[in-house]
Design a binder for this molecule. Structure first.
Ligand code: AMP
Length: 284
């Protein structure tokens, strides 16, 4: 496994790999690996000849009051885990390499980005779309892998790739969870033991949502208010949003039908966690 830190070095590598007819699989990350990241790398390993994993804590997707400075980092552990999963290249550029002096171009998806995390984190998806397009241009992957944990991000990336005719296939992989249901996230690291317990409220709420649907509930607003009440009982939890949306358009739904997503963003102490479940509503 090699570590590449420059844009020029990464492009040189990808050009020569393509020249040899190799299929490049790419997993963009902010590092501090857990099984969620590793599931993407393993899937890429099965489908591609060369696996590139990027590790870059992208400053343009963090708001001024957010956790850019304290975001967890452990490059030597990440290297070991990536190697064990069959990674060929870690692309780990510096901030200056990605955003040199005078940098002034950004990509903005204008529809899907208006909802959910886009509303609570202004500018977040502009930063994500920009860095992902840059990474695609640098790594030149055939297939790029994303997690459904960040369902809105995956939809926005797919839309960007389609709208801007980017020559890459996007694969979206299921959410990996702890045995007790908590979705894996680098930010779980921030949780104190009592907060870790409290964080289970996200999975409990999604499980409750599934039961409501299974028992015939079809009203979006009844579901939203029921879930809000359930979450409010957890004293460490502060709701950012509780939404029931169309899983493709992210528009709020009143009458549940087709494929719906229950999406949550909840602050547990100082830590903001997101989770979701996608459910296909059976036709009557
Ligand atoms: P991050 O390092 O948080 O930017 O995540 C990098 C990639 O891993 C993104 O595509 C995430 O959606 C994905 N990911 C993060 N957590 C999980 C998880 N629990 N299950 C599956 N994929 C995940």
């Amino acid at each position: 496994m090699r570590i590449i830190k420059t844009v020029a070095g990464m492009r040189r590598f990808s050009r020569s790999a393509h020249g040899l007819g190799k299929k490049i699989g790419f997993v963009p990350t902010m590092g501090f690996f857990h099984e969620g990241h590793l599931s993407l790398i393993r899937r890429a390993r099965k489908e591609c000849d060369i696996i590139v994993v990027s590790i870059f804590v992208n400053p343009t997707q963090f708001g001024p009051q957010e956790d850019l400075e304290r975001y967890p980092r452990d490059l030597s552990r990440d290297k070991r885990l990536a190697r064990e999963c069959g990674t060929d290249i870690i692309f780990a550029p510096s901030v200056a390499e990605m955003y040199p002096e005078g940098y002034s171009t950004f990509v903005e998806e204008e529809q899907l980005s208006r909802y959910l995390c886009g509303r609570s984190r202004p500018g977040h998806f502009r930063g994500v779309s920009t860095v992902v397009l840059k990474l695609f241009n640098i790594v030149m992957p055939d297939i790029a892998y994303f997690g459904l944990k960040d369902a809105q991000q995956a939809l926005i990336i797919k839309r960007m790739v389609s709208d801007l005719n980017v020559d890459v296939r996007i694969r979206v992989m299921p959410i990996v969870r702890e045995p007790d249901g908590l979705a894996l996230s680098s930010r779980n690291q921030y949780l104190a033991p009592d907060e870790r317990e409290a964080a289970l409220i996200l999975h409990k709420a999604l499980t409750a949502a599934k039961i409501m649907i299974d028992t015939g509930e079809r009203s979006g607003s009844t579901m939203r208010s029921g879930l809000r009440k359930l979450i409010a009982r957890e004293k460490h939890a502060r709701i950012d949003y509780v939404e029931v949306v169309d899983a493709d358009t992210l528009e709020r739904v009143e009458r549940l039908k087709g494929k719906v997503m229950i999406a949550l963003a909840i602050h547990i102490g100082r830590t903001r966690l997101i989770d979701n479940i996608v459910i296909r509503i059976p036709r009557k």
